[in-house]
Design a binder for this molecule. Structure first.
Ligand SMILES: Cc1ncc(COP(=O)(O)O)c(C=O)c1O
Length: 364
């Protein structure tokens, strides 16, 4: 009997479209560095999301650090971040000398608990970083109102949320002072590495552009009115990004179909929980399930050729932060049961059915 083909937890998806885009660009004599193609990619993203400004950069982590710098966060300032997120969220604050202050998340979205944010505010709080976990969002407009009342900017880590909305027609990452995206390999579109910042504020946009380009006062000159760095993109990545953008509407729909098929295939298994997800608004980046005895399920799926990935541990418990004195019950409860199932856009219905059948047999 031949072994069934392995289903990876995720895999990148580039094809002839990206190859041709790169070839066309190189044959056209482009300058490779950040230039016209980059601007076209930024414009395409801005149109897709309904943002006034989109500025691309090296990756999502750098985008978050730039966002914090652009709203005036500096060394010693506190930034409230959820305890359940990818570690880049707090690390982006650390990178600029700021202090991440952890707060619990709330159900059913696993987004920052607004009450926990209120309790975490101190005089030193200089930003709140909301993470729309897997494209789901809670009342981010209420959180912004709360931040505005305290004179603190809201930064949206919407790195997992391209194609997801907080209400009809309003894309995540466009409600806070600055939103951030990641184009790392597992994301719905990828440019290998890459990130973007969204803002509707002209002044903040100007600051971000200067920060990522040595603090230049204008394109290509060597006059510097402010301190800046080199966090620029390349036209090669933008050429790939533009080819990926053409596939984005289809992928958004496919992610929703994949979610639905898993939900139907796993329905009624007592040991498996899926969070309520409004597919009219959310394009789930990964398929996240919360299961009993996660390690045993993961080992069993691995044996039958199905890749999975355990969800992020609570950040405060990661050795990098070592804050075992803290406790966040929702984060702790969900993170330790969370498992990402195969989630690539190119999964076939038969792949999904196979994963569901193996999970059902495991718990039978
Ligand atoms: C929520 C969140 N924030 C930040 C990042 C960091 O993005 P990057 O890997 O592009 O630096 C990621 C990446 O997976 C993420 O999921």
């Amino acid at each position: 009997m031949t072994k069934p083909v392995r289903i990876p937890q995720m895999e990148p998806w580039f094809d002839a479209a990206e190859r041709e885009a790169l070839q066309t660009y190189m044959l056209g004599g482009g300058w490779v560095t950040e230039f016209k193609e980059t601007k076209t990619f930024e414009d395409a993203l801005a149109a897709f999301m309904g943002a006034r400004h989109v500025i691309v950069t090296n990756n999502g982590t750098v985008a978050l650090s730039l966002a914090l710098l652009a709203v005036g966060v500096g060394p010693g300032d506190e930034v409230i971040v959820p305890d359940l997120t990818m570690i880049a969220s707090p690390n982006s604050a650390k990178m600029i000398g700021a202090v991440p202050v952890f707060a619990d998340v709330e159900l059913p979205t696993l987004n920052l608990d607004v009450k926990a944010v209120q309790a975490a505010f101190t005089k030193a709080t200089k930003a709140v970083m909301h993470v729309s976990f897997n494209g789901r969002s809670n009342d981010v407009e209420r959180l912004r109102a709360l931040c505005t009342a305290r004179g603190v900017p809201l930064i949206e880590d919407s790195c997992q949320s391209l194609g997801s909305y907080f209400r009809p027609g309003r894309h995540l990452g466009t409600v806070g002072a600055v939103g951030c995206l990641s184009f790392s390999l597992p994301k719905i579109i990828s440019t290998g590495q890459g990130g973007a910042l969204m803002t509707n504020d002209d002044e903040i946009a100007g600051r971000i552009r200067r920060l990522k380009d040595f603090g230049r006062s204008g394109g290509g000159n060597d006059i510097h009115h402010s301190i800046g760095y080199n966090f620029k993109y390349t036209d090669l990545q933008a050429a790939v990004g533009l080819a990926q953008m053409k596939k984005l509407p289809w992928r958004v729909e496919r992610k929703k179909q994949i979610w639905l098929r898993y939900a139907q295939g796993l329905a009624g298994i007592r040991q498996v929980e899926m969070l309520p997800t409004d597919l009219a608004l959310v394009s789930p980046w990964f398929i996240d399930v919360f299961v009993d005895d996660r390690e045993a399920l993961q080992a069993k799926l691995d044996r039958v050729g199905i890749g999975t990935r355990p969800m992020y541990p609570p950040i405060h418990r990661q050795k990098a932060y070592g804050r075992d004195d803290l406790s966040f019950p929702v984060t702790e409860g969900y993170s330790m049961r969370g498992l990402w199932l195969p989630s690539s856009s190119q999964l076939s219905d038969a792949d999904i059915d196979r994963v569901c059948a193996e999970i059902r047999t495991h718990y039978a």
